[in-house]
Design a binder for this molecule. Sequence first.
Ligand SMILES: *Cc1c(COP(=O)(O)O)cnc(C)c1O
Length: 368
Amino acid sequence: MSRPLVADIDLDALRHNYMLARDLAPDSQAVAVLKADAYGHGAIPCARALEDLAPALAVASIEEAVTLREAGIATPVLLLEGIFETSELELVDRHGLWLTVHSEWQIEALLSFRPRQPIPTWLKVDSGMHRLGFSPDRVETLWRRLQSATAQVTDLHLMSHFATADSLQPEYFHRQMQLMKMLSERLGAPTCLANSPATLAWPQAHGAWNRPGVMLYGSDPLEAANGASRALKPVMTLRSRIIAVQELATGEPVGYGGRWRAPRPSRVGVVACGYGDGYDRHAIDGTPVLVEGQPTCIAGKVSMDMLTVDVTDIPNAAIGSPVVLWGRADNGAVLSIDDVARYCDTISYTLLTGVLPRVPRRYHGNRA
Ligand SMILES: *Cc1c(COP(=O)(O)O)cnc(C)c1O
């Protein structure tokens, strides 16, 4: 028998979530964001599962794009941060990639390049995120310059990113939105603005394209869930088993530092999953876990290869009992990764991208 920890990936749920993103924005196309190995789910199987649905994919680097091409994926791939050095343009051209340009040097490099065919290019505007992009007062000049470079550039779009689209306080979102609306109207420019929260909650942000990421994997990025986000299905189930059970008298501590002490005569299950697998060591006592499909919680600090859960109220819990760290249990119970993240003082994105390579991914559903 091998170590029971696996990440089950439900490709039907991925397709369901992609179709939800698409149906929420019927006048837009949706780029499926597959950066960071599809948020830890495996970029190649996820790209294959979306091949007949998604007209374009997005990644963070040329390496991620080339990995998809080498796996035979022919869908257009957008580089969200463009190139990091000029020499990458050769690969952009060879593999038919789409470019973001956010810096002067990238534009200069592109305009001095001689591609075999013009490159679809998205001009990144800093509408308020203050991370990447050109300040709004530069955009018209750059837009016209790119537009006239017909040997290098085709299918020009304006792109921007929201800082607070997930928030219940919409003022800053509206400020960014107003600016982008003004720019796109002045230039007659098609836009790509919406990330997952804006796709879910802000129809006015839907452009020619949207860029849903984390919602494709079933996480709800909104501060307050809405009807659309409640329809998302978890894609990854991180599951393991109990490998030992401890019977403890009241007051006995568990694990490093004895952080958790039995408040009553207790049974504690030891689960094969730890921070060496990517489970967050910041998980506090009380972090939710499913054992035998029943809700319970972490009791004691997470170790490298193991964690401990209180199974006092789950009488049938024993060695071999199935454990779900997040995702869907066999009885249909769902433990939202967003809930787990709150107890770890983090967000689903870090938990998903943090699942380490030693956790085998097992694919189910469409094209698994
Ligand atoms: C990662 C990323 C996205 C997707 O964001 P989500 O919050 O996961 O939907 C969209 N646009 C850009 C530029 C990104 O880097």
